[in-house]
Design a binder for this molecule. Structure first.
Ligand SMILES: [Zn+2]
Length: 303
């Protein structure tokens, strides 16, 4: 699984939030090994920070929102997916507003930003979390099942109740390559029939054809889809982002049907529960283990 990583140089970008419509500057800054991912609200006195952890999740309605002491950061999932996909463990995410910019609605701009920053490896090893035993979380006819597997495998299905898009299914082994090529470019999506409702809830105020796939009665209103099954691939993107609140890479098979942020978050709690049970019976995992650094030599700059 390799070493913990951060970025080499600070980078930034600017854009509007999907739900708030607010213009926000986002800066990504290197962070020490073992410090994890933290969001900071640079627009508020004292720049309060919120750790990207499962216990920081306060809202899972159409996006994942974190909060600490009443300070919120919304729509973290696409950036979290990019961090997961590129294996970045430690980073400071500084925002000048309450929501991560939506950019083009996918994780591709965040992947490009992280590549511009460059990746720096630490000596501290990365410790994956393993799915210990099969489990299922459900809400009505929507569910997610997990089972042990040597790597992260995701299968996602969804029915949309739309004549042009009745149902979609995708299955893939998630690694850096498959994430960057097949998942990261997939944009968030919404149905025109839901727009009035979303606006009435104060949601999707920044949404447009520039940052979301919009599906009307006749089909997609955007010029073209990036994949024929772009919507279900975006569900995988959201899942990867939400799972990364575990702070460590997950090894296991995840099968989801009709899920969303709420069930993703429930799944994270189930994985943590399994982890606690395993630690209570088998003892804690070693915080470090001796290993040879070859054949992957660490450059002096990373030491
Ligand atoms: Zn999304």
């Amino acid at each position: 699984m390799g070493h913990q990583k951060t970025i080499r140089r600070p980078v930034s970008c600017r854009g509007i939030g999907l739900h708030t419509g607010k213009d926000v500057e986002l800066a990504l800054l290197p962070a020490p090994a073992g410090s994890g991912i933290t969001f900071e609200r640079a627009d508020l006195p004292g720049s309060p920070s919120i750790p990207a952890r499962p216990d920081s999740v306060v809202d899972v309605h159409y996006a994942t929102t974190l909060a600490r002491d009443g300070v919120q950061v919304k729509t973290i999932e696409h950036l979290m997916a990019a961090l997961s996909g590129l294996g970045v463990d430690n980073i400071r995410v500084c925002l000048t507003g309450p929501e991560v910019p939506i950019l083009d609605g996918s994780a591709a701009p965040f992947v490009a930003l992280l590549k511009t920053a460059g990746i720096r490896r630490y000596l501290l090893p990365k410790l994956p979390i393993q799915v210990r035993r099969p489990a299922t979380v459900r809400a009505g006819d929507r569910w997610i099942a997990i089972e042990p597997a040597p790597r992260l495998v995701v299968e996602y299905t969804m029915t949309f109740g739309h004549p042009k898009f009745p149902a979609q299914r995708v299955a893939l082994t998630v690694n850096r390559d498959t994430f960057v090529r097949e998942v990261a470019p997939c944009r968030t999506f919404g149905f025109l029939r839901d727009v009035q409702y979303l606006w009435s809830q104060g949601l999707a105020l920044g949404g447009s054809l520039e940052n979301a796939v919009v599906i009307g009665e006749e089909g997609v209103l955007n010029e073209a889809l990036r994949f024929e099954d772009e919507m279900i691939r975006h569900k995988v993107l959201d899942l990867i982002g939400d799972l990364y609140l575990l702070g460590r890479p997950l090894q296991g098979k995840v099968t989801a049907h009709g899920a969303g942020h709420a069930l993703h978050s429930q799944l994270v709690r189930e994985i943590l529960r399994q982890q606690r049970v395993a630690e209570a019976t088998e003892g804690p995992e070693p915080a470090w283990e001796p290993r040879l650094l070859t054949p992957e030599p660490v450059s002096p700059a990373a030491l």
